[in-house]
Structures are given as structure tokens and as C-alpha cells.
Design a protein around this ligand. Structure first.
Ligand code: NAI
Ligand code: MG
Length: 355
């Protein structure tokens, strides 16, 4: 197949980890006879420096025409002045919104070789394989905000349609996995959560009778996610609960440097990025962990290009590199990590073996 992939390296370690993931995608293309075409564009601080805007029109146009977008990370101390009018993060929020990316998928599957990196006891982590589907464009983050001298408010709003589409996405995903969905809300208190629960129940009953659904209140979910993470398959939830639970879930895998994400909408173009930020503390030294971005590229193959066996192959290659003990500094004992380049080469070698 042919595919147009827009690469947005961004700031800090973004360029280092996206370069590694692009090399892996090129290798996959060669092995399977696909023609992947890459275009690099600006976003975030790098875009502000070059054009004054965090998301230049040229970048958005390219993204809209593409099959998929691979992003590194945005931000850094250079653009963090609280008084600044334009900020790198605005670029990220704007591109998600403009592409209608309402479902944020974050898989968490701790690797046996990296269990020691998690603060959670290893016996609780063995066999954990879950994915959080976070609603990304609604809820309190996008509701009307008000401020007076003595009070402030943020409106939380959800429409039936906004809930339906993200729940459908979660159920479709569950069908390709273990067939179980846990919907997280606060229906004992919040009206939006009561609607969330009603809609979720109806969508599963009418459209996904083969999927099992369980409702869970967000506060007890926060506890169960750490005490019995193995029991979850697909977790679907609204924007703010998802924001918090995904950071919590990331602790199961040990390092931010291992966790990929995909943001999807109705259109074919999806946005794929590691969940970590631009890591200014280690940027430019060639030591960042590229696995999260390489695993994001695997999600790109799966969700935007429909290349499931190629996606699995990349995931197996990362598994293989980890199993062989190829650890960057975030996973290795102090001072003993390999470079970004060496980790990427290890993945390429595993690709040769696995695929
Ligand atoms: P961060 O994720 O950039 O870094 C947190 C810690 O994890 C740092 O010690 C960093 O060195 C380490 N780390 C992160 N990714 C790593 C990797 N691949 N390999 C090895 N170590 C890694 O979060 P932080 O420090 O809070 O934010 C730094 C900048 O990134 C800020 O400007 C922030 O706004 C931005 N940011 C951007 C995000 C995005 O583009 N999606 C998400 C989160 C933060
Ligand atoms: Mg967050």
C-alpha cells in the first residue's frame, strides 16, 4: 500500500524519538513492500520560533491530507514564560480539535523484563493488558469558563452523540481483544455521568451484545487500577477522569518512555504520539527512550493504515529488544543505559528475526 505520513518532531527529545520511529516504519515498509512517504512539518515551540504560531496553517493542511500523523512532543523552558501569549501546547490542542480526534487510546501492557521499573509489586503486574479510551474533545475542559472576583466555574457538558461515538470506539476495540468494557463515571453525583451511564448501557445492549459491560465509579476505579489491574480489558471514560486515570495507569508500566498513544476521530487520519513530554532535561543527548514512539508507530500501522500484522511485528520487535535487556537510561541501573540509536537498532534487528 501507499501512505502519506506527516511527522511532527516538535521540541526537546521529540526529534530524537520520532527519527527512531520513522526508521522503524521505513524498515517495515521495505519488508512488506509498502510505500510510506514522510513529510516533516513544524509544531509547538519549534513552530513558534520559525513562524510565530504553535500550529502553522501549512502543518494543519499537511495533516488533513495525510493518512496519519506521528508526533514527538512539544514544549520546554524556552516557551514556558507564564506571560507568553502563544504556547507550544496550544499547537497540540488545536491539531486534535481541528482533526476531530475525540478518542484517545492508551494501551498499558507491562513488559516482563521491565516489571522492576514500576513502583507496583511485580505479582500484581504479570498479565496486565489493558487499554484506556479517554474522550478527548468534550467535558469540563471544553465547557464554558467563568470568573468573578469571588468565584469561578467550569461547565461540564456532554451530548448523547459525543458519548455514543467514543463508546462505540471502545466496544469495537473490545471485540478485537477480550470483549470486556469497563465504563468509568461518577453517576452517584454528576448528571453528565448519569447520561454517560444510560447511553453506554444502551449502545452496548443494542449494538454490541457480544461485549460485556461493567460500570465503575471513578474513585473506586482509581483504587482497583492499582490493586487488580489484570481484570481490565478496555476502560472507557470521559475527558478529565481519563486524564487522571491514564497517568495513574502509566505507573503500571514503569517508565513514561514505554507508553504509546493514538488519538482517533471519524476520519481516517489519526494522531500518534508517546505519552511523555519533551523531556528538556535529557534533550539533545541521544539518550531518550524511543520505544514509546516506536510503539505509537505500531498503533499508526494498526489504526490508520489497517496493517495489523505489521503492527504486531513492530510490537514483537520492541518486546524482543526489551527481553534482550536493551534498556535506555530510564529503565537501566544508573549510568548503564544504551543510546536512543542503539535501542532503535535493536528493534530493527528484532524485526529481522520476528517478521
Ligand atoms: P516529560 O514527560 O517531558 O518528562 C518527565 C520525566 O520523564 C523527565 O525526567 C524526563 O527526562 C523523563 N522522560 C520523559 N520521556 C522520556 C523518554 N522517552 N526517555 C527517557 N526519559 C524520559 O514531562 P515534564 O518534564 O513534565 O514536561 C517537559 C515539557 O514537556 C514541558 O514543557 C511540558 O509542557 C511538555 N509536555 C508535553 C507533552 C506533549 O507534547 N504531549 C506531554 C507532557 C509534557
Ligand atoms: Mg495528563
Amino acid at each position: 500500500m501507499q501512505a502519506e505520513i506527516v511527522v511532527l518532531p516538535g521540541d526537546g527529545i521529540g526529534p530524537e524519538v520520532t527519527a527512531a520511529a520513522v526508521q522503524v516504519l521505513r524498515a517495515v515498509g521495505q519488508r512488506y513492500g509498502h510505500e510510506f512517504h514522510f513529510t516533516h512539518e513544524l509544531i509547538g515551540g519549534a513552530a513558534i520560533d520559525a513562524t510565530g504560531e504553535p500550529l502553522p496553517a501549512r502543518t494543519l493542511d499537511a495533516a488533513k491530507r495525510a493518512d496519519a500523523v506521528l508526533l514527538g512532543a512539544v514544549g520546554g523552558p524556552k516557551w514556558s514564560d507564564p506571560g507568553a501569549k502563544v504556547r507550544p501546547e496550544q499547537g497540540l490542542l488545536a491539531i486534535r480539535k481541528a482533526l476531530g480526534l475525540y478518542a484517545n487510546l492508551r494501551p498499558v501492557k507491562p513488559h516482563p523484563a521491565a516489571l522492576g521499573a514500576s513502583p507496583i509489586k511485580p505479582h500484581l503486574l504479570t498479565g496486565v493488558d489493558l487499554i484506556v479510551v479517554r474522550e478527548l474533545t468534550g467535558g469540563v475542559y471544553f465547557g464554558q469558563k467563568q470568573r468573578t472576583a469571588t468565584s469561578a466555574s467550569d461547565l461540564c457538558e456532554y451530548s448523547v452523540e459525543e458519548i455514543e461515538r467514543v463508546v462505540r470506539r471502545a466496544c469495537t476495540l473490545a471485540r478485537s481483544r477480550r470483549g470486556h468494557v469497563t465504563s468509568v463515571d461518577k453517576a452517584n453525583v454528576l448528571e453528565t455521568s448519569r447520561l454517560w451511564r444510560e447511553v453506554t448501557t444502551r449502545v452496548v445492549r443494542d449494538e454490541f451484545p457480544d461485549v460485556t459491560l461493567e460500570h465503575q465509579l471513578v474513585d473506586s476505579m482509581a483504587m482497583h487500577l492499582l490493586s487488580r489491574p489484570r481484570e481490565y480489558d478496555v476502560i472507557v471514560t470521559e475527558n478529565m477522569f481519563g486524564d487522571i486515570l491514564t497517568d495513574e495507569a502509566s505507573m503500571l508500566a514503569g517508565s513514561l518512555g514505554l507508553l504509546p498513544s493514538a488519538s482517533l476521530g471519524e476520519g481516517r487520519v489519526g494522531l500518534y504520539e508517546p505519552i511523555h513530554g519533551s523531556a528538556p532535561d535529557i534533550a539533545g543527548r541521544g539518550v531518550a527512550n524511543p520505544y514509546a514512539t516506536i510503539l505509537s508507530a505500531a498503533m499508526l500501522l494498526r489504526h490508520s493504515l489497517g496493517l495489523e500484522s505489521e503492527a504486531r511485528c513492530v510490537e514483537k520487535a520492541v518486546d524482543g529488544a526489551l527481553a534482550a535487556g536493551v534498556f535506555t537510561a530510564d529503565l537501566a541501573p544508573a549510568g548503564r543505559g544504551v543510546s536512543t540509536q542503539a535501542a532503535m537498532v535493536a528493534v530493527l534487528e528484532q524485526l529481522e528475526l520476528e517478521c
